[in-house]
Design a protein around this ligand. Structure first.
Ligand code: MLT
Length: 272
């Protein structure tokens, strides 16, 4: 599994959204470097992490231990992250995830709650997909396999991923996110869509988490809007909600300064 790491201090693992990779965290990661050891993995099949659990960079998994093209599931991705924590000898971390990364974080919390000292959920949601959402993911996965992902995927997703403020005023952020989407491997995009389609509702898991939890939402997010964030913050026994003006679904790219300002004091209170 490939990952980006920088900084020193509280171990903070950041799980990325779909269909991008660990680079989406760069603007936030550099702002937290003096406070946190930030580890941002490319999740299975995306970025530089392959679909069979190996990687051209980062940790080399011996062939006999590789998980080969598993049935798509966020549980498989969560198991990959746990294996990475073992390799890095990190028994407990602060776990953060944006959107799909939040689904994976919830899966990890379900599998190994003792590894999570604090939970940072950014623009994500708790419910499972409806049948219609599942069918749509199937269509996207099939189309990706048939046609590849160049252009149509970024054109379809950019208007939803980025808030109106970003789309109107920050062409450089739009271009950066487009580049991220268009560089994702076709098979990984299809696999991730099918993995998300299978995820269960995670509200129960959140209700059972006793540690500190911060739920962040961009006020212009239309994919996982404020109502979803509020529901998670209320379910989490120690949940607190932060709303970021001027940001859509990807505040680490759209409003990194405001996001870092919100995360810093919270992170300093988490006991790892
Ligand atoms: C994401 O940003 O990870 C996706 O939009 C989440 C989803 O498709 O549910």
């Amino acid at each position: 599994m490939h990952y980006i790491e920088s900084g020193a201090g509280t171990p903070l693992v950041l799980l990325h959204a779909f269909p991008v990779d660990a680079r989406m965290w760069n603007p936030l990661r550099v702002r937290l470097e003096d406070q946190a050891r930030v580890i941002a993995p490319d999740q299975r099949g995306l970025g530089e992490s392959s679909l069979d659990g190996s990687s051209a960079h980062g940790l080399a998994t011996p062939p006999e231990e590789r998980l080969v093209a598993e049935t798509p599931s966020v549980d498989v991705v969560a198991a990959d992250i746990l294996a990475l924590l073992d390799e890095l000898e990190l028994p407990r971390v602060v776990l953060g995830g944006c959107s799909m990364g939040g689904y994976v974080a919830s899966a990890l919390l379900r599998a190994a709650p003792q590894r999570v000292a604090g939970l940072l959920l950014i623009d994500t949601k708790a419910p499972a997909d409806t049948d219609a959402e599942r069918a749509k993911r199937g269509d996207v996965a099939d189309r990706a396999e048939r046609e590849g992902t160049a252009q149509w995927l970024s054109e379809a997703m950019l208007p939803a991923l980025l808030g109106a403020t970003t789309r109107e005023n920050h062409p450089e952020i739009v271009a950066a996110v487009r580049d991220l989407i268009e560089s994702q491997p076709t098979e990984g995009v299809a696999w991730a869509q099918r993995a998300m389609a299978q995820r269960p509702d995670c509200l129960d898991t959140l209700q059972g988490f006793e540690g500190p939890a911060m739920v962040v939402v961009g006020e212009e997010d239309t994919i996982t809007p404020t109502a979803e964030a509020r529901r998670m913050a209320e379910a989490l026994p120690r949940g607190e909600l932060v709303e970021l003006p001027g940001s859509g679904h990807l505040p680490s790219m759209e409003a990194p300064e405001a996001l870092a300002e919100a995360v810093r004091p919270w992170l300093s209170r988490v006991d790892v």
